[in-house]
Design a protein around this ligand. Structure first.
Ligand SMILES: [Zn+2]
Length: 396
């Protein structure tokens, strides 16, 4: 892999510097590097902001309708109605999963996302077909992004007989993470659900990522049990709770002891920063030492027409949700879609430091806060030291 020298960039809005990529990784970052390696191939930064590649910690690319004609939303308001509507919509969609998912993942890549965690449905009607499609894309799109998969029991694990065996099969095929879903609200048997999920994680040596929508004390109780299971099985740093609305629906006095345990046992929280229901209090959780990241969840699918795969937009939504306006707050919102998301996904060679993978994004913005607010579309994206998108379009 050849060297690449990126000249005149401003890392996270700081002073101008050059960045040298060697072997797909950051070899050096500092002022005046251009003079030291005069013969290296160059990319002119032209004073643009240099950011680490964006990280999408929670999406459902297998279910997107990306690339298809606009489809008016047709579900009712209940969770059951949404699940049934999705069955109907996907059954009536002729475009294969792999094609729809690839279109969305390429959209994410052209906007600067270089790592994605994708929950993939596993249930008796479809078996592991979607898992196989996404595993294929993990290989086919490796030049654009890291793709991590979660085997996700969207229709329930205990309440849909046969799903446990399919989850086991998905993990055997190479899926990295065991998914779970509302141990109380959907499954009605929280301990057995967690025993199944963590049992699969231990059996296959994998992490865990549980969708938890349940609110109030029932939700908080489940957060506590997930931490218990994490500690019991030695899975510190490999467990995420997605949504965890309950952390935002209770008074902080009730949440604080749980936050301390989440931090101590390395259980991360993912929020979309929803506008329509309680959201985990990002600032307080961070102050307590909890890893908090933000993802899009479903994008342009049967659940909602929203989303465009842009993690800078997700950062904007985080800031709007909490009414953050100061530059330092916008930087926290950016952290939720970059450093914190990378930490939650276990990407330990991430960042703007020598030795880190050369996954980078250049945007024409004055400051980090301006990048979040303006979301310039003409982005240059570097993946493992190679330019994969320029002027907002994939190249090559
Ligand atoms: Zn989800």
């Amino acid at each position: 892999m050849t060297d690449l020298l990126i000249t005149d960039v401003r890392p996270l809005g700081g002073p101008a510097a050059d960045l040298l990529l060697r072997g797909g990784r950051i070899a050096a970052l500092g002022a005046g590097l251009a003079a030291e390696v005069p013969d290296a191939p160059r990319l002119e930064g032209r004073g643009r902001l240099l950011l680490p590649g964006l990280v999408e910690p929670h999406t459902h690319a297998d279910k997107t309708l990306w690339g298809l004609p606009w489809r008016p939303h047709g579900a009712g308001d209940t969770l059951e109605s949404l699940i049934q509507n999705e069955r109907r919509v996907l059954a009536a969609t002729a475009t294969p999963t792999i094609e729809r998912a690839a279109g969305l993942l390429r959209q994410m890549a052209r906007l600067g996302t270089t790592a994605v965690r994708c929950h993939v449905d596993v249930h008796p009607e479809a078996g592991v077909a979607s898992v196989e499609a996404l595993l294929r894309l993990k290989q086919d799109l490796a030049h654009l992004l890291d793709l991590q998969l979660v085997a996700f029991p969207q229709q329930g694990l205990l309440i849909r007989p046969g799903t446990y065996e399919l989850m086991d099969e998905a993990l055997r095929l190479g899926v990295e993470t065991v998914g779970g879903l509302d141990p109380c609200g959907i499954e009605q048997d929280p301990v057995r659900h967690l025993e199944a999920v963590f049992g699969l994680a231990v059996k296959h040596g994998r992490g865990v990522d549980i969708h938890l929508h349940d609110l109030g004390t029932q939700g908080l109780w489940q957060v506590g049990r997930i931490v218990d299971f994490t500690a019991r099985h030695g899975l510190e740093g490999r467990v995420m709770i997605s949504h965890a609305f309950c952390l935002g629906s209770a008074h902080w006095d009730q949440v604080a002891p749980l936050a301390e345990r989440l931090a101590r046992h390395g259980v991360a929280i993912m929020t979309t920063a929803p506008a329509d229901c309680p959201a985990p209090p990002v600032r307080q959780l961070r102050a307590a030492g909890v890893t908090v990241c933000s993802g899009n969840d479903g994008i342009r699918d049967a659940w909602s027409p929203f989303g465009n795969g842009d993690q800078l937009e997700r950062a904007l939504f985080v800031a709007l949700r909490f009414d953050w306006r100061r530059d330092e707050d916008l930087a926290v919102a950016f952290d939720c879609v970059s450093g914190q998301a990378a930490k939650a996904l276990g990407l330990d060679d991430y960042g703007l430091v020598p030795g880190a993978r050369g996954d980078l994004l250049l945007v024409a913005a004055e400051t980090l806060g301006a990048a979040v607010v303006e979301r310039p579309q003409a982005r240059t994206v570097i993946r493992a030291g190679r330019v994969v998108a320029d002027d907002g379009r994939l190249v090559g």
